[in-house]
Write a protein that binds this ligand. Structure first.
Ligand code: DGT
Ligand code: CA
Ligand code: CA
Ligand code: ZN
Length: 579
């Protein structure tokens, strides 16, 4: 995993600490370096292993900054940063999240009032201490007060892959709490959205207080944020978990409501109103005989609520899978009886994208094969990196090495318990060309082409050019985005999907939870255009095969059926597609 963002954050903090102490010009240099490190396509940790000169290849990163990068990976800290932190022991990142509070203000407020944290800041503002300071008026103080609440709520969104295991631990915890019946994840986590604001959990019980008490007493809770009579919020591993205890007859309606998305619920509610029905977290109510349906939450005759199926059924609709509840046409499709029969976790039979110690993976071909067999796959394609733009020196294979590896893979395949294909992950260069010789590509079974560094000019054109290459079978992580780190190239998904459908190329859903690339809305377009998708893990170790579920649920977010997914085919079917 790339640590570029981690280093980048440290340099941003360093820049802010310097600026807070009125150091001129240096902060700007560190900020520029931080930006470039964050966006640089090579792994900073690997570059640092090559020494400062290697790190210095990044634009705007001079000797002094490169030295600090190497120091950090060697010693675990940057001494200069530690010194500044000692001089100004404030929570810089947290405080500067308040709109209107920059590093200079943080410095002033620390020196004048001893403000170190958001709580300190709020107290100083409430006590009217800030408006007393030179250069700060009542208006500034009020702005700060207004901004604090928002700064508290915009804590960064967590990756699905970090939040999901926490949510599942909550379910396991409640499975052993006697007063709890049904227990389900709700919210964005149940929809498998790629980032999660907070984890929502619903627990069915006749004794709501007992559920709240058990939850807030959970040993994993590092903080109890709030606790009431029927709901509570705690923090576990930096993730906020909202719990609601629900009476049995309202469990289905609460689950429907709190699963969201908000926009799905709004569209569903409007659909219901046209039919004289009222939908909310307490049930579906027939309000045809009611004068004022808005007079209360539980007005009219209650016709559903105990299960989610009963909710949709009362509206004359089939159950809509949580992953589809994003208000992207799913209610119309349900009304028309045209909901897709979504791909399921057991449907995927092989993995086409994985790495071994021939490139940057940590395990041999045999180990990756055995791991795949153990995980239950029918086949894999070994697809190590080829050299090319964006590849760290030495990591990618040359054409000769690819031929050598191809032989080694064929040898392993002879005795393997599953089918093993020889593949490659070739780079798409800035012009849309492929970084491997055509004759080598032609001899490989599966060719993935992926962008790893910037594409010149029109990214759509470059990707389409790669798709048109006669040997390319899969377009790997098409945008190259890293969630919460870099946006990836901006391309016209529909155009790329059309080209992929025309040329028999599958678009990858990379299951690595930093990528999830393609994402749900893009998959939906791809499927509409008749393109296949390939759900791959990009595993660098056997343990990562299990990440495939994140890709499968992303495919479901894009309305994909098993038939839309290349690697639900058997080995023979795959061979045909890649021929
Ligand atoms: P998140 O937590 O930001 O990743 O996203 P969600 O979707 O989990 O949102 P959250 O936790 O604020 O609320 C959970 C669900 O509850 C949400 O998906 C829909 C429902 N909900 C919450 N607030 C509202 C609201 O004001 N209106 C409607 N219609 N639904 C809401
Ligand atoms: Ca949530
Ligand atoms: Ca919530
Ligand atoms: Zn890869």
């Amino acid at each position: 995993m790339s640590r570029n963002a981690e280093i980048s954050d440290l340099f941003e903090e360093y820049a802010n600490l310097l600026e807070a102490q009125d150091v001129g010009y240096k902060p700007q240099a560190y900020r520029r370096a931080a930006d470039n490190i964050r966006d640089y396509p090579e792994d900073i940790e690997e570059m640092a292993a090559g020494g400062p000169a290697e790190v210095g290849r990044i634009p705007q990163v001079g000797d002094s900054i490169a030295g600090k990068v190497v120091e950090y990976f060697e010693t675990g800290e940057i001494e200069a940063l530690e010194e500044e932190r000692e001089k100004l022991p404030v929570r810089m990142e947290e405080l500067t999240r308040v709109e209107g509070v920059g590093p200079k203000t943080v410095g002033d407020l620390y020196h004048e009032l001893g403000v170190e944290t958001l709580d300190d800041l709020e107290e100083a503002a409430r006590d009217g201490e800030i408006q007393e300071l030179k250069g700060y008026g009542q208006k500034t103080e009020q702005n700060i007060l207004d901004g604090i609440e928002f700064a508290r709520t915009v804590r960064g969104r967590q990756l699905l892959g970090d939040a999901r295991p926490v949510g599942e631990q909550v379910l396991a915890f409640f499975a052993d709490v006697p007063s709890v019946g049904r227990c389900e994840l709700a919210g964005s986590l149940r929809r498998w959205r790629e980032t999660i604001g907070d984890v929502d959990v619903l627990a069915e019980s006749e004794d709501k207080q007992a559920v709240v008490d058990a939850f807030t007493d959970w040993e994993r809770a590092t903080e109890v944020i709030e606790a009431g009579t029927d709901k509570a919020a705690i923090r576990v591993s930096d993730v906020r978990i909202d719990l609601r205890a629900i009476a049995p007859e309202e469990f289905g309606s609460a689950l429907q409501y709190f699963t969201g998305s908000k926009n799905h619920n709004i569209t569903l509610r409007n659909y219901a109103i046209e039919r004289d029905l009222k939908v909310n977290e307490y049930g579906v109510f027939d309000v045809s005989e009611v004068d004022d349906p808005d007079a209360g939450q539980r007005v009219g005759e209650r016709i559903a609520g105990e299960t989610e199926e009963s909710m949709y059924d009362a509206l004359g609709l089939p159950l809509i899978a949580p992953e589809m509840r994003e208000d992207r046409g799913e209610i119309d499709a349900a009304v028309a009886g045209e909901l897709p029969d979504l791909v399921e976790e057991g449907d995927v039979r092989g993995d086409l994208h994985l790495h071994t110690d021939w490139s940057d993976g940590g395990y041999t071909v045999e180990e990756m094969v055995d791991g795949a067999a153990e995980f239950g796959l029918d086949y894999i394609a070994v697809s190590d990196h080829a050299t090319g733009p964006g590849m760290v020196g030495g990591v990618g294979l040359s054409d000769d090495e690819l031929r050598e590896q191809m032989e080694a893979i064929r040898t392993v395949a002879e005795d393997a318990p599953i089918d093993v294909f020889a593949g490659v992950e070739a780079n798409i260069d800035a012009e849309g060309g492929i970084s491997v010789a055509d004759d080598v590509l032609a001899d490989l079974d599966v060719v993935i082409a992926s962008p790893h560094s910037g594409l010149n000019g029109d990214a759509t054109e470059r990707l389409v050019r790669a798709i048109e290459h006669p040997s390319v079978d899969v377009l790997g992580h098409p945008s190259g985005r890293l969630i919460n780190q870099r946006p990836g190239v901006d391309f016209d998904v529909r155009e790329v999907a059309k080209a992929a459908a025309e040329h028999g190329v599958a678009l990858e859903i990379n299951s690595n939870t930093h990528r999830l690339d393609l994402w749900g809305a893009a998959v939906q377009v791809a499927v509409e255009e008749g393109a296949s998708v390939a759900i791959d893990t990009d595993a660098h170790s056997p343990g990562e095969y299990r990440n495939v579920r994140y890709g499968i649920h992303t495919a479901r977010r894009g309305w994909a059926e098993a038939g839309d997914v290349l690697n639900t085919r058997d080995a023979e079917g795959l061979r045909e597609f890649c021929h």
